[in-house]
Design a protein around this ligand. Structure first.
Ligand SMILES: [Zn+2]
Length: 323
């Protein structure tokens, strides 16, 4: 890649936008339009991360690292230069599109009583939670029209997987949760496969930037488990979207000393608990303390709360969690 092409790529990707889609929050404004916030690269407790939107550069007074958006991607995703460029190109092409789609789905949620009722029935009731998780609804048959009207070419919608090859909205009658670089769609109709992701990676741990400063972190398999725990006041919860963690999610859990509570499903065939056991062992090898939360048989955190469990009851399970 030529010097000029590199400069162009950097200009197309404002570091601040990139950071914000990775849930970084500017906390304090300082001179010359610069911002301070918590460092996403180390376990920061005071805002040591300086971000200069004018120069498109960052520097951390805590871990001493700094540079441009490409350097940030190398450090944040722990990849080499060529992979960092690939991730940035993908982000540049897809981020605005996915953001627009997610906003559209959020507007739709409140127009479709059936979707809100479905969420209620799964125990997701608080407006703060729906706002926090940016939950939306895909009725189907209207996203394509909306995005093309905004000027996005059909080819781009197909490439991102939002629209199928014949030209229909991919997500129909699905609750939609925005992830880092993807959208998860949960079907509310029994006749469709329940879980769907767009093509590409499922990304890192769910809303990791909100969680990583906690000494104790609860890890769950599903976003509905996440939702009921967050709603019950457990804000130190994150989700791996499945019992198998990708390499990036695993590195995130290991990025600083902490205790991880694994609250995986207690399915009758034992697969959730086996996955928890294997993960627990791998984490310990990296020096991370782990506890396995034993839910009543046949339950996951979501069904535990739906069956009448409350914050106190779950707290008790955390206290009882086995090594
Ligand atoms: Zn740092």
């Amino acid at each position: 890649m030529s010097r000029q092409a590199l400069d162009e790529l950097k200009q197309q990707i404002p570091l601040l936008d990139y950071l914000e889609t990775h849930h970084w929050q500017p906390l304090r404004r300082i001179s010359r339009g610069r911002w301070m916030g918590l460092c996403p690269l180390h376990n920061d407790h005071k805002p040591s991360f300086l971000m200069d939107p004018g120069k498109n550069l960052f520097y951390c007074y805590g871990c001493g690292r700094g540079g441009d958006v490409i350097r940030f991607v190398e450090l944040y995703h722990q990849v080499r230069f060529p992979q960092a460029l690939g991730l940035l190109r993908q982000w540049r092409d897809w981020a605005p599109l996915l953001h627009e789609a997610a906003s559209f789905y959020r507007m739709q949620l409140h127009r479709h009583a059936v979707a809100v009722a479905w969420l209620h029935q799964r125990g997701l009731r608080s407006p703060e939670l729906i706002e926090h998780m940016r939950i939306g609804y895909a009725p189907g048959g209207c996203l394509r029209g909306w995005l093309t009207q905004l000027g996005y070419p059909l080819a781009a919608l197909r490439q991102a997987g939002l629209v199928s090859v014949p030209g229909y909205d991919t997500y129909t009658h699905r609750i939609v949760f925005p992830l880092e670089g993807n959208l998860y769609g949960r079907s509310i109709s029994a006749s469709a496969p329940p879980h769907r992701f767009l093509p590409g990676t499922k990304g890192g741990l769910y809303l990791w930037e909100h969680v990583r400063q906690y000494q104790e972190v609860i890890l769950v398999e599903g976003l509905f488990d996440y939702a009921v725990l967050w709603q019950a006041g457990f804000h130190n919860v994150t989700c791996s979207m499945g019992s198998h963690l990708n390499a990036y999610q695993f590195r995130q859990l290991c990025d600083s000393p902490r205790t991880v509570y694994l609250a995986f499903d207690a399915d009758s065939n034992g697969s959730g608990q086996q996955a928890a056991q294997r993960l627990s062992q791998r984490l310990r090898e990296q020096g991370i303390a782990t506890r396995r939360v034993l839910l009543p048989e046949g339950h996951d955190p979501n069904s535990f709360f739906l069956a009448g469990g409350d914050a106190q009851g779950f707290h008790h399970l955390l206290q009882e969690a086995s090594l």
